[in-house]
Design a protein around this ligand. Structure first.
Ligand SMILES: C[S@@+](CC[C@H](N)C(=O)[O-])C[C@H]1O[C@@H](n2cnc3c(N)ncnc32)[C@H](O)[C@@H]1O
Length: 296
């Protein structure tokens, strides 16, 4: 079992999984060693009623601390994505205060992505709430490669003159599919029947969404960080797309599960499973384990 302050290093591809506090600068310094990442995909707890809730000022002060640690872990030309909730029954918190806090950080806002969930709440007395918000910031000039959905391009008839020749939009486009914009309607929300479902992970993000971000904002071989691993989706996306991932979670069960999910994927090709129930039994098979930091 990993303990708080310990980091596991993958002997095959060099990924790291730390049982660490994202808001603690010493923990993040140990996770990073002498490396910096070109992409951060962060999915912190949203401070909503279902989970542990803090007063908004405290939540924003805590967010500011982990954002500073994240900035420190990035190269000069890097991208930062933050998934966040907006509670419609509570002033849309914490999204607006988080956005204001970010205006004081040395990053440029780039996009405000909304992913549509298939299931929602509030269907009878309000508009059904089906949104997942993701903020995209950059610093410097990081890579960006447009990504395509699997929705076929249907609308034709937009003519434009190119090099003296009248062309229709389907002739000009780079793909028969629609390019992903900042509203994602083509990503299936995780539910128990999907192969990628990880049992016991209440906040698991779809691999398709994380892979879209990784493909758009990093190159093969790049280092990607995620301080809130949970089901280890960013790590798995990096494994599949030939990036290296340094990830962490404060809850050791999610650290173990993140490692087991990776190892199981290598062995079986399966992206999901039930790892919480046997995480402790399997942990002796984790291979080299670095204790880079111990709280004593
Ligand atoms: C919303 S989930 C992340 C979901 C993840 N992106 C996925 O696809 O599975 C948030 C995670 O942050 C972890 N967490 C909460 N506070 C933390 C902290 N201070 N440092 C690191 N992880 C923390 C929780 O244990 C939880 O697993």
């Amino acid at each position: 079992m990993l303990a708080l302050g310990e980091i596991w290093e993958d002997p095959v591809k060099g990924h790291r999984v730390g049982c660490l506090d994202a808001a603690n600068p010493e923990h993040i310094a140990l996770l990073m060693g002498d490396r910096k990442a070109t992409l951060a995909v962060q999915d912190p707890p949203y401070n909503q009623v279902a989970f542990e809730q803090m007063p908004i000022d405290e939540y924003i002060a805590w967010s500011s601390r982990w954002v500073d640690n994240c900035q420190w872990s990035l190269t000069e030309d890097a991208s930062l994505y933050v998934w966040l909730g907006a509670d419609q029954n509570n002033g849309f918190q914490p999204l607006p205060d988080f956005m204001l806090m970010m205006r004081g950080k040395p990053v440029q806002s780039r996009s405000f992505i909304t992913m549509r969930n298939q299931r929602g709440y509030g269907t009878q007395k309000n508009w059904m709430c089906v949104r997942q918000e993701c903020l995209y910031y950059v610093r410097g000039n990081p890579p960006f490669t447009p990504q395509y959905t699997d929705i076929p391009r249907k609308t034709n008839g937009y003519y434009k003159e190119v090099g003296g020749k009248l062309t229709e939009n389907s002739e000009r486009s780079k793909s028969p599919f629609i390019r992903a914009g900042n509203v994602w309607i083509d990503v299936q929300q995780i539910f128990y029947k999907l192969e990628e479902d990880v049992k016991g992970c209440y906040a698991q993000k779809p691999l398709k969404a994380i892979e879209r971000i990784v493909l758009a904002s990093s190159r093969e071989g790049d280092l990607v960080v995620d301080f809130f691993a949970h089901a280890g989706t960013t790590l798995l996306a990096c494994e599949r797309l030939n990036r290296v991932c340094y990830t962490a979670d404060i809850d050791l069960r999610f650290c173990e599960l993140t490692i087991q999910r990776l190892l199981n994927y290598r062995e079986t090709g399966k992206t999901g499973g039930d790892f919480l129930s046997d995480a402790s039994e399997e942990s002796s098979q984790l291979g080299p384990q670095l204790t880079l930091f111990s709280e004593g």
